[in-house]
Design a protein around this ligand. Sequence first.
Ligand code: KMH
Ligand code: ZN
Length: 305
Amino acid sequence: MAKPKQKVIITCAVTGAIHTPSMSPYLPVTADEIAEAAIGAAKAGAAVLHLHARDPETGKPSQDPALFKPFLERIKNETDAIINITTGGSPHMTVEERMRPATTFKPEVASLNMGSMNFGLFPMLGRFKEFKHDWEREHLENSRSLIFRNTYQDIESILTLGNANGTRFEFECYDISHLYNLAHFVDRGLVKSPPFIQSVFGILGGIGPHPEDLMHMKRTADRLFGDEYEWSILGAGRAQMQLATIGAAMGSNVRVGLEDSLWIGPGQMAESNRVQVERIRTILEALNLEIATPDEARQKLGLKG
Ligand code: KMH
Ligand code: ZN
C-alpha cells in the first residue's frame, strides 16, 4: 500500500542572534515586534516558531527570560504554533546563560546545537559598514577568535533538561560530524525517536551551501538513522530558498525566517518573516506538497502538545 503523503513542517526563525539591527530595518527586536513577526509567520503557514530575544534598546541578543515572557504570552494567545526556544543563544554567551529561557518556559521544542565549531560572522563586515551600536561591529569582529561551544557535557546537560521537562529538540547539525554526535546520543538512549534534525548549510565554520553538501548530509543521515528521523533544511543567506526547495523535493521539512536570511531575492531585503514563509509556501504548493498544521507537526515530531 502507498505510504500516506507526508506534509511539510515550516519552521520560521524570527530574529535569531546573528543579524544586527543596523543590517535590516525589518529585523524584529522589541517584544511587540517579535510577537507580531511570529504571529504573521504562523498565519502564513509556519507550524513551528524558533525564538530568540533581544534587548529592546540596543537589539543585542539576550537570554533573559523576562525578555521572552511578553512575546511568548502573545504568541500563545494568538496562535497554536509550536514554540521552539533557542538554547544556542549566541556564540558570545555561556551555556548556562543559553539554557535559561528553556529552563524557565519548558517549551514543546528547544534547539540543541550538536557540536563545538568556529562560527564566522566577520565576513558580514564587508557587506555592512554602518552600525548604530558598538556591540554590532564587535559581535562580527569577535567571531574571528571565539568558539561556539557545545561540548558533549553541554549537550548532555541540555538533553537532560529537555527530558525532565518533556521538551523535544530541533537538533542543529552544521556538519557531518554533528550527525555522528547525534547518533552517539541516540545509541545511549538520551534522544527519543524520531529526532528532528535541522541540517544547517552555509555558516562559515560548518558545511557549505552546495547541493552536493545537502546530498552528503542526507546520505549520512539515512545511513545513521534509516527512516527514524524527521529532516529539515536551513540554508543561510542567499542559499535559503534554493536549499529549502531542493530538500523539500527530497522529502525534508524546511526552515525560513530573518534569523537565517535577511533576503527575499537578489539585493532585495525581506520586509517581514511572513513574506519568506509565503514564498516557501508558494514553492511547496507548486511542488504539489502540503503544509503541516501545528497539530500535524506535533504528531510528526511526537511532541507533548
Ligand atoms: N542560527 C542558526 C544557524 C540556535 O538558536 O540554537 C542556528 C540556530 C541556533 O538557530
Ligand atoms: Zn536560533
